[in-house]
Design a protein around this ligand. Sequence first.
Ligand code: TYM
Length: 330
Amino acid sequence: MRIFSGIQPTGKKHLGNYIGAISQYVDLQDQGDPSIFCVVDLHSISVAYDPKEQRERVYDTAAILLAAGLDPERCIFFRQSDVPEHTELTWLLSSITSHGDLNRMTQFKEKSAKQRERVASALFFYPVLMAADILAYRTTLVPVGDDQRQHIELARQVATNFNQRYGETFVVPDWRIPEVGARIMDLKNPESKMSTTSENPAGTVYVLDEPKAIEKKFKSATTDSGSEVVRAPDKPGISNLVEILAFVTGSTMDQVEADFAGQQYGAFKGAVAEAVIEYLRPVQEKYAEIRPDEAALEAVLGAGAAKAQAIAGPIVAEARDKMGLGPTVG
Ligand code: TYM
């Protein structure tokens, strides 16, 4: 099994990223042959960004993943732009990806509709770069949150198209979307997923938020009518909190409901806040140790890039050759 996943260095990482994706990376780091994790800085330039802050954001994200428990001795961990095979393969794959398929991507529709300034064509191409990330390593399994399902379907389609047109080259990857925590919702607007671009900043809990801020956000979380701590379609706020508490305490959602039977929303929200603060505390402490040493972070990312390139280089060269590009091989 070969595992690959990517995470953007944009903004700050939130509890949805942590529960839906980062914790999966840590659990799966020993299970791949190898497991490969990438800070996708090239994806983040598809929307407005500040080049002066870009490297800082990569270090922030890298330090969060290391603090969460990724061990560069046990997996490959690198920065996307250090391995140029990703961009080359994007172009190769773009020739067999239809414009119509990209037009159907819901994330593109949502992100481009939200944007007031010009929409970069990189945003439209985003899923092709993501397919290249995955296919360049002949990945079999991609751990992600629920919102990436459509992008992985596209990567599967692109691999299939390529193999049909040019002969067996790429592996058609599967996704791994966790049963609990695949879609953590915004605390203020629990009909929408938690994200960095939400309208109300109080709805998003960041991995690096101070305990006081975390407490405040959970205590002011939107709850639903009624008073029972149970999951229900008309109780998206409480359902989300039940899921978060089950995840961070390693319990089940049924158990959480049983534990809080007969209790008030206020007490329940306080308990969720406390559990999340304790869950994030060791990550925050480790982050504070790791983040200042940028040279050490660069060394980790650089060593990871060399290992990544050793895998992607021959695979992308094979694709190039099968497409009839470059000099005759062999
Ligand atoms: P990014 O950086 O937006 O998100 C990183 C991961 O966090 C998951 N996630 C969530 N999970 C649960 N609840 C939420 N509210 C929530 N919000 C985000 C995402 O599903 C993701 O797994 N396109 C990807 C990055 C990428 C990638 C790849 C992923 C680039 N190349 C190749 C896998 C394979 C993204 O935007 O991630």
